[in-house]
Design a protein around this ligand. Structure first.
Ligand code: FES
Length: 72
């Protein structure tokens, strides 16, 4: 299984909207290629992470784990 490329927003708004709770989920998948950004331009719908270029908004730990677990 190849590592997915993730663009993770570490910006203030995403953090306030729950982004910090996503970090432990990312650590469950050590093969991820993570790049951090200060903003992905979708603050009002945070927290945001782009996976292989596809933006995933309003993420929760449960949603993120589900997406990462379902990958081919
Ligand atoms: S702060 Fe996360 S998208 Fe702007």
């Amino acid at each position: 299984m190849r590592g997915l490329k993730l663009d993770v927003c570490t910006g203030y708004t995403c953090a306030v909207l729950g982004g910090n709770a996503l970090r432990p989920i990312l650590e469950e998948f050590p093969d991820l290629e993570i790049k951090e950004w200060e903003c992905l331009g979708n603050c009002q719908n945070g927290p945001n992470i782009a996976i292989e270029g596809e933006l995933h908004a309003q993420l929760t730990p449960v949603k993120l784990r589900g997406i990462l677990s379902r990958r081919p």
